[in-house]
Design a protein around this ligand. Structure first.
Ligand code: F6R
Length: 242
């Protein structure tokens, strides 16, 4: 894995946005794999700025998000579909029908998982997948124990993830307990991966991901099995690396 240590969150956000822009410039039909959460917000802001400054054309690009909460409608303010519209889709010229986020409030989540996995395949696979990392080493919502051969499926969120995400809801009991998430195999199927980590709270997960043997106990460490991963971390997130 290629490790890039930057000074701070601003630099991390810029670097990640530049990677996405150069990907779309080289291939206007890029299939983007996108993440939500706090970490990529700055990257999306920079991506919008850069795209406007350089008139980057996303009209032929498409995107697949990693995950969505089960039980939230796409218009719910805390749904990942709403997050993506607010933070990116409403500000670039990617066609709405080419943006894919799992549907969280379906009556048949299993069918939705199969449909989503197939849609990625039909799109030719993901060219560049953006990831954050959970304090417990999760990627997407692949919590510790997620098998290497897992594909898009319904997952149970751990207490640590529910607590970490409670900041976006009025109270912890409003946080959904399940999500539809791409699996480890789905993520490892992307041609390129870029993982972002910022802040001291991520330092131990970053160390385990990079310095220990790959294990399902730390899902991000399974990225060691992928040939083209760039990890961009700020100094705080790198503080436990030897
Ligand atoms: C988001 C996702 C999660 C987050 C992770 C880190 O789509 O799949 O794996 O990337 O929970 O979240 P933040 O960036 O909020 O610390």
């Amino acid at each position: 894995m290629k490790l890039v240590i930057v000074k701070d969150y601003a630099e991390l956000s810029r670097k990640a946005a530049e990677m996405l822009v150069s990907e779309v410039k080289a291939n206007p039909k890029t299939v983007l794999g996108l993440a939500t959460g706090g970490t990529p917000v700055g990257m999306y802001r920079e991506l919008i700025k850069l795209s406007q400054a350089e008139s980057i054309d996303f009209s032929q690009a498409s995107s697949f998000n990693l995950d969505e909460y089960v039980g939230l409608s796409s218009t719910h303010p805390q749904s990942y579909r709403s997050y993506m519209e607010e933070n990116l889709f409403n500000h670039i010229n990617i066609p709405a029908e080419k943006t894919h986020v799992p549907v969280g409030n379906t009556t048949d989540p299993l069918a939705e998982c199969a449909r989503y996995e197939e849609a990625i395949r039909l799109a030719g696979g993901i060219d560049i997948q953006v990831l954050g990392i959970g304090n417990n080493g999760h990627i997407g919502f692949n919590e510790p124990g997620s098998p290497t051969d897992s594909v898009t499926r319904v997952v149970q969120l751990t207490d640590s993830t529910i607590e970490a995400n409670a900041r976006y809801f009025d109270s912890v009991d409003q946080v959904p307990t399940q999500a539809v998430s791409m699996g480890i195999k789905t993520i490892l199927g992307a041609k390129k991966v870029v993982l972002l980590a910022s802040g001291e709270a991520k330092a131990e997960a970053v160390r385990l991901m990079l310095e220990e043997e790959p294990t399902a106990d730390v899902p991000a460490s399974l990225l060691q099995l992928h040939p083209d991963v760039t990890v961009i971390v700020d100094q705080e997130a790198a503080s436990k690396l030897t």
